[in-house]
Design a binder for this molecule. Sequence first.
Ligand SMILES: *Cc1c(COP(=O)(O)O)cnc(C)c1O
Length: 231
Amino acid sequence: MDTIRANLQAVRQRIANAARACGRNPAEVGLVAVSKTFGADAVAAAHAYGQLAFGENHVQEAVEKITALTDLNLEWHFIGPIQSNKTRAIAENFPWAHSIDRGKIAERLAAARPAVLAPLQVCLQINIGGESAKSGIAPREALGLARTVAALPRLKLRGLMAIPPASADYAQQRRYFAQLRQLKDELVAAGIALDTLSMGMSADLEAAIAEGATLVRVGTAIFGERKGSEK
Ligand SMILES: *Cc1c(COP(=O)(O)O)cnc(C)c1O
């Protein structure tokens, strides 16, 4: 578990360096620790070193950890593809969902969000790069979906999320993230209130921060390599 502590420190340092390099305040960049495939013990260890926000992409796995760790007051972010039959569990257990890609899903989340909880904070997932295997809507569909989501009760539209094509080239990484930032600016200009850009992972968080990321989602660099086929 000392590895998690050292890794968290290193990731925080990377975030701070990347923010300062482009004149941003490091406090503007939130860190979501992506704990998918790792157990509640790993989450508790990261929490012991000050980490509060965690990201998960499988509902059942997540709910087990959320239930085991209720005492810690963690902030859970759902970041995986959302199936219709999982909307209730997401609406009941998470304060955030980053991966809205259909009006139907947003409506189901809104209908299932318990009135005793604060509105579910959501991001629209955008398929930057247009890869057919990736989830998310095309950029040109974003304004329509944003209007639908913004009109729903019990949801609070916060921003956009993307997982761009993997590239080892910093300039190319920045071009993808710049597309998401520009799309957000367009939606804001069209009257949609947005304050969140969820972008940047272990391999490209510096480029994402340079293009305005307000939440980076980092798994491998904190918890280590995931086993099996889980990406
Ligand atoms: C797994 C995952 C991450 C974390 O990726 P790493 O490369 O391990 O940092 C971020 N975002 C989403 C949506 C993921 O599924």
